[in-house]
Design a protein around this ligand. Structure first.
Ligand SMILES: Cc1cc2nc3c(=O)[nH]c(=O)nc-3n(C[C@H](O)[C@H](O)[C@H](O)COP(=O)(O)OP(=O)(O)OC[C@H]3O[C@@H](n4cnc5c(N)ncnc54)[C@H](O)[C@@H]3O)c2cc1C
Ligand code: SF4
Length: 327
């Protein structure tokens, strides 16, 4: 592990200035992802700015939103009554993430910015376009069972790992940021970006821009939202397929729906096509199947991950039936 400088400022202004003025400086929160990457040599910083002394740990319900500070820990947010009431999908996504130890340590901002679990990315002995642009992508023809089928490019097919991000997209949350120049509000749908020709760029943040919080609007639909995660073992494991759904019914007709997915895409994935196949229609096996087909239309599968196209449709079917209480 390379030596680095360390500072623990107590104001947001100081924290963003200290990172912005050095190209290789970075923020650290819980350190549960960043320190592993630095030890493995997959990330290098010459200076770490510890954000844990900043006043950003509160969860507050006010003016029609639940505002979650970027330093609130995964466990606190999962258990917070306002979050559970306004957006059960967020609480469930967090409780289905990592382990109790990691959830005690890891913060909301760090969770949204955790890096992919693609093994080639974390192994500095392998080429990887995300880690070293232009070096190649061994996953295209290699071990790609865990990789994405949606939002992929010929440069990178790595899955976005955060369960929280998928759930926040389902409830139309907004990420609040601060840089030396300005404060910004970034809709979750614009926060993460697909790899395209620049897989090293994963989100809308500039260098030195700090996540200060996340806002969840309080709506009747978000209050019905639920998370389903399928994984290889019951704990301490990332999603093979995940579905976050918010549903508003009128009798047996879908009045409105939001559907987002994890485990299958290079960024938290919303499917307007699947939603359109359900909106205004009765919730039946046929309409759910049409939604599932609309979701995976355009999917690009590879040798070991083709099963995900079928699995995600079955997960969607089961999850929507559970949510609506239909057989
Ligand atoms: C064994 C294991 C299993 C896991 N399973 C899951 C899982 O199932 N689902 C899941 O979603 N996650 C899972 N995780 C990932 C875990 O949730 C993340 O490691 C954690 O959320 C990262 O948060 P942190 O506070 O420790 O971030 P850090 O490691 O401190 O930082 C991560 C990144 O975010 C940046 N950063 C941190 N805070 C801010 C901020 N406020 N503004 C701007 N940049 C910031 C850092 O610079 C760094 O680049 C797992 C992790 C482990 C180790
Ligand atoms: S899928 Fe992406 S992260 Fe994985 S090796 Fe290819 S370029 Fe790297």
């Amino acid at each position: 592990m390379r030596a680095f400088e360390y500072a623990r400022p107590t104001s947001v202004d100081d924290a963003v200035r200290l990172v912005a003025e050095r190209p290789d400086a970075g923020f650290i929160a819980g350190g549960t992802d960043l320190l592993n990457l630095m030890k493995d040599g997959a990330r290098a910083h010459d200076c770490l700015i510890d954000v844990n002394a900043l006043p950003l740990a509160d969860v507050v319900e006010r003016d029609g939103v639940v505002r979650i500070g970027a330093l609130a820990r995964m466990r606190e947010v999962a258990e917070h009554p306002a979050v559970r009431r306004a957006a059960p999908v967020v609480s469930e996504a967090l409780l289905n993430s990592a382990s109790p130890q990691v959830r005690n340590m890891a913060a909301i901002g760090g969770n949204l910015l955790q890096r992919t679990r693609c093994g080639y990315f974390r192994d500095v002995g392998s080429p990887c376009n995300k880690r070293v642009p232009g070096s190649g992508c061994p996953a295209l023809e290699g071990q790609n069972r865990a990789h994405a089928i949606l939002g992929v490019s010929d440069q990178c097919i790595a899955v976005h790992p955060s369960d929280l991000a998928v759930s926040l997209l389902a409830v139309d949350a907004t990420v609040l940021t601060q840089s030396p120049a300005r404060a910004r509000r970034i809709p979750m749908g614009e926060f993460h970006v697909a790899p395209g020709a620049t897989p090293d760029r994963e989100n809308a943040l500039g260098h030195g821009e700090l996540i200060v919080g996340v806002e969840i609007p309080i709506t009747p639909m978000a209050a019905t939202s639920r998370y389903l995660k399928l994984r290889d073992r019951a704990t301490f494991e990332f999603a093979v397929v995940a579905v976050a759904a918010a549903l508003e019914m009128n009798g047996n007709v879908v009045r409105d729906v939001r559907l987002t997915f994890g485990g299958i895409a290079t960024k938290p994935w919303r499917s307007p096509e699947a939603e359109a196949a359900l909106r205004g229609r009765p919730l039946t096996g046929a309409t759910i199947a049409a939604a599932g087909q609309a979701l995976v239309r355009g999917a690009v599968t590879r040798e070991h991950n083709a099963f995900k196209a079928d699995l995600v449709q079955r997960a969607l079917d089961g999850h929507l039936r559970d949510l609506a209480g239909v057989q």
